[in-house]
Design a binder for this molecule. Structure first.
Ligand SMILES: Nc1ncnc2c1ncn2[C@@H]1O[C@H](COP(=O)(O)OP(=O)(O)OP(=O)(O)O)[C@@H](O)[C@H]1O
Length: 518
């Protein structure tokens, strides 16, 4: 970094508020003894066949959501400032739809997305399901992996093999409930009411809906995303609550839920989803919000009210659109700010991936904002979501739980050795940036692979462990972004920390111009 960049970095460094450590206790390994690695008895080895089997401690990811200023959650700054500006005047070519579709009908009405894609880019799918899933681009990924939500099979021993891979049930009594009653995180004394508009997302462990506030409230945006937890069927069938299996599954679900709730309640950064309200404050107040209750009438629903990101997630955005270079840089810069904030506060995310990067506004509004630089610099566009696998660490602490999403997981996690969660997050940042630049994931089979000789899905792990990736589209480019990728997708002792990613001119040169980052 030259002197100028260094000076810019010093001047623009985000002063992140420190979190109270005691408020966010580490609990993961403690509660998952069966999945922790004992490095004295488990020599480092590549165990791809085990990856995603019983020892995987990937837990149900409960909530996720975004920050937004009160009352402005859905309308873009462009609309707020220029109410008559048509936000979607010009049709654009969209990848994955075979031509033009009316813009403006897209991201706020995403039923086509829900149908087309169960958006699993990176879960631990059974090899049989993914053997033919060779995809040379992100948009092909959508169709080739459609419809299968595999994370549960691999992660949850809680789901018996004979059950469907979607062996979860919505935590609400009835999915047809249109009105949600909940309580603001800051004020659990006054109930608020929201009306359901439509479904906007499907996760492995949740359904996500758009809701609108029924009443006026100065501190609550009008539109919110509500993440409704899906409980594993193992908890909702007639299994005895006293059986070891029920208790184990319960412990995992409960840990994941409380971990994400605690993390979201602690963090505060414009580029991180904002946790606004919850249907039942017991989920905030109790360490055992499920098992401490009388469950004779079933598990209590858990609805998390989060800031709404009208632009959907980055996987969807990048797979359906050709994004301009300035926007890719902007998105990655904001993501870097979010992860830097987390690491400065000793939180590792551990599930950084395109699907967990949410876009605040519809793409056309963002493109229109580009004509209004002051708007663009004053408003964040990205919110990082899904804290179900995050963890609070001590400064020198190594993690032992193997978790993450396969395409984004670092070699050291694959190897089953203790790992620095911050450096594994850096690895995932490299995967994300590569995917944005190349329109494919770095460890997917190469697009040139002959159809008859397609590499098996299982070799993704081998490619990761051998650092086997290369530039294709970008091979002749001299973009400084390439330096970040090559320094992230490398050995951990050489790998960029998030601070080094931040200091790279590709990120820092832009971060220093963003008003909300200072
Ligand atoms: N705040 C939000 N605003 C808009 N869309 C959202 C929001 N939160 C989630 N979504 C959509 O819903 C999808 C599923 O949400 P999320 O990733 O939080 O669920 P999950 O069950 O934790 O998923 P995973 O399978 O990654 O564990 C997201 O990929 C995104 O498309």
């Amino acid at each position: 970094m030259d002197d100028k960049s260094a000076a810019m970095y010093r001047n623009s460094a985000v002063q992140a508020p420190k979190l109270a450590q005691a408020e966010f206790p580490a609990m993961e390994e403690r509660h998952n003894p069966s999945g922790s690695f004992d490095v004295t008895t488990t020599p480092p080895k590549l165990s791809t066949s085990q990856f995603g089997e019983g020892d995987m401690n990937m837990l149900p990811t409960p909530l996720v959501y975004t920050p937004c200023s009160p009352g402005s959650a859905v309308r873009s700054p462009l609309e707020q400032n220029f109410p008559h500006t048509p936000s979607s005047a010009t049709p654009r070519a969209k990848k994955g739809y075979g031509g033009l579709i009316p813009v403006g009908a897209d991201l706020l009405n995403r039923s086509h997305v829900l149908e087309d894609r169960q958006r699993i880019l990176s879960e631990y799918a059974p090899h049989s399901a993914l053997a033919s899933a060779t995809a040379s681009s992100l948009s092909q990924r959508v169709s080739s992996l459609s419809g299968v939500d595999q994370k549960l099979d691999a992660i949850h021993e809680c789901v018996p093999a004979a059950q469907s891979s979607l062996a979860t049930v919505d935590s609400a009594q009835s999915d047809s409930e249109d009105v949600l009653t909940g309580y603001s995180i800051g004020d659990t004394s006054t109930p608020l009411h929201w009306r359901r508009v439509k479904q906007i997302g499907v996760g492995n462990f949740s359904n996500v809906y758009l809701y609108e506030l029924n009443e006026q409230n100065a501190t609550m945006p009008q539109k919110v995303a509500v993440k409704r937890v899906k409980y594993p069927e193992a908890l909702t069938l007639s299994a005895s609550p006293k059986s070891p299996r029920f208790r184990e599954v319960m412990s995992r679900v409960e840990n994941s839920l409380t971990r994400e709730l605690e993390a979201l309640a602690c963090v505060s950064h414009p580029c991180i989803i904002q946790f606004l309200a919850i249907n039942d404050p017991t989920f905030l107040n109790s360490k055992r919000p499920l098992s401490s209750r009388d469950l004779s009438r079933g598990l209590p629903p858990c609805d998390m009210v989060m800031s709404y990101c009208a632009g959907g997630d980055l996987f969807e955005l990048a797979s359906q659109n050709t994004l301009p270079e300035w926007l890719l840089r902007r998105i990655f810069t904001e993501l870097t700010l979010a992860v830097k904030y987390l690491h400065e506060n000793l939180i590792v995310h551990r599930d950084l991936k395109l699907e967990n990067v949410l876009i605040k506004y519809p793409l056309d509004d963002i493109l229109a904002m580009h004509e209004q630089p002051e708007l663009l610099h004053n408003h964040h566009l990205v919110e990082l979501a899904d804290f179900g696998l995050c963890r609070r660490i001590e400064p020198e602490e190594m993690c032992t739980t193997r978790c993450g999403s396969e395409d984004y997981v670092s070699p050291e996690i694959l190897m089953g050795v203790p790992y620095d969660g911050r450096l594994s997050d850096s690895w995932a940042m490299g995967v994300i940036l590569y995917a944005l630049l190349e329109d494919r994931l770095p460890f997917d089979p190469l697009p040139s692979a002959a159809p008859g000789k397609r590499q098996r899905r299982s070799s993704t792990a081998h490619r990761i462990s051998r650092f086997e990736w290369r530039w294709i589209k970008m091979s002749d480019s001299d973009s400084p972004a390439k330096e970040i990728v090559s320094n992230c997708l490398t050995r951990k002792n050489l790998r960029f920390s998030i601070q080094e990613i931040y200091r790279n001119p590709y990120v820092n040169g832009l971060a220093s111009t963003l008003q909300f980052a200072s």
